[in-house]
Write a protein that binds this ligand. Sequence first.
Ligand code: SAH
Ligand code: SF4
Ligand code: F3S
Length: 471
Amino acid sequence: MQKPNLTKAKKRTNEQSMIIDCFNREIEKIGQNKTYFIKTYGCQMNEHDTEKMQAILENLGFSEAKIMEEANLILLNTCSIRENANNKVFGMVGRLKKIKEANPNVILGLCGCMAQEEVVVEKILNTYPWLDLVFGTHNFSDLPKLLKTQMLNKEMLVEVYSKEGEIYEGLPVKRKYQHKAWVNIMYGCDKFCTYCIVPYTRGKQRSRLKKDILNEVNDLKNKGVLEITLLGQNVNAYGKDLKDDYAFIDLLTDIAKTNIPRIRFMTSHPWDFDENMIDVFKKYSNLTPHIHLPIQSGSDRILKLMGRNYTKEAYINLYQKLKTIPNMHISTDIIVGFPGESDLDFQETLAVVEKCQFDYAFTFIFSKRTGTPAAKMRDDVLFKTKQERLQTLNRAIEKYCLKSNQKFLNQIIPVLIDDVSEKDKQVLTGYSNTMKRVNLKGDKKLIGQIVPVKITEVKTWSLFGEVVERN
Ligand code: SAH
Ligand code: SF4
Ligand code: F3S
């Protein structure tokens, strides 16, 4: 048994990360005639890890089950960013007990960020003995070996490593869409914002080599992919851990030159933002005019306590420069109720929202993550006050999100159609290049294409339109 250890997880050395070659790994068909189901929680990083695990499992002979209850192997790929993310997963683990009772041969696994938390693994060992397999973010590529061991021994296997981490190249991937794809450019995070668990669950910041990223991107281009999203916890810090001076701006330029129609990236931390990027945006029209730039708080006092390393003024300054890029849309993340946040601090956050008028924002109430510095900070703000602040903030965010959407009314904009809508099978759904969700009536044959859409209706969180026939 290998349990996670937070003290080890936060260690950082200057050693360069090892690159582990997973091309053409030997595989034994231990999944023949078996099915799997993976339930994914959390961010795009996790979604993309799931795509890799799916391909690993299918190489072992497993096929995908449409319904969780019918699968021979169920994996929960979890997120631990906030307490309610954990609670959602624990609720699901409770449900899995019934599945195990009905079918004792099913293998139940938990992986992802929650598996990296000491408190979670202790809770699993004490409370959820029906789980069969627990592994973390550092060793999901060992899935074949882990499964084989579990199948032979038939007892709970806990194998979670707390270390800085390596870079795995050559893992297979089963992409959800043919027309758009995620590309990791880096893993982990070294920013250690005082509230955040990610640097502990994902290890140190480690950038993939330029050649490996460009090979993947060119391969996607040759397959006809129309949109790629470069993934990293803080893409602007790309390359800072490598020994050359090839930075994010260079990578972005090289990727823009492939002429893939849409190139996105996320997430950007203001800390490492290179303002020369503005010129790159102006030069390459396939860099989509949207940046997710989390501010977290509008109070300098709170930003300092959070360890964000910028001031409100610096943020607004950067924001205004970015807005000089034609059609640029900027979204953000905001936390309310950070330990000790006063009403004045909160009013400062609201004032920044009024000033920046974000195109949209994700808002959260601060959640205590065991092991992070903020978890030990004195917090005398009532939860009720935090909830009220969130509501006030959300009203302001919604106002500007609607305003941002309204300018598209009666406009014709290009939309990449992803799928049929989950809510209404008669409706198609996709995104504009400015990252607005667009729903529309149209032929399913349009899925996977970029089509001109006339916007006929505007809501707070989405646009509605119709395809403009091309002559
Ligand atoms: N790497 C990204 C953020 C990843 S987490 C970045 O730095 O921008 C996504 C968002 O979750 C964060 O931006 C933050 O707003 C929120 N978040 C992270 N930890 C949190 C916590 N302990 N409580 C509440 N919200 C949190
Ligand atoms: Fe968390 Fe901060 Fe790293 Fe983002 S930059 S993942 S908020 S520690
Ligand atoms: Fe959650 Fe881990 Fe992503 S904590 S937000 S799944 S990096």
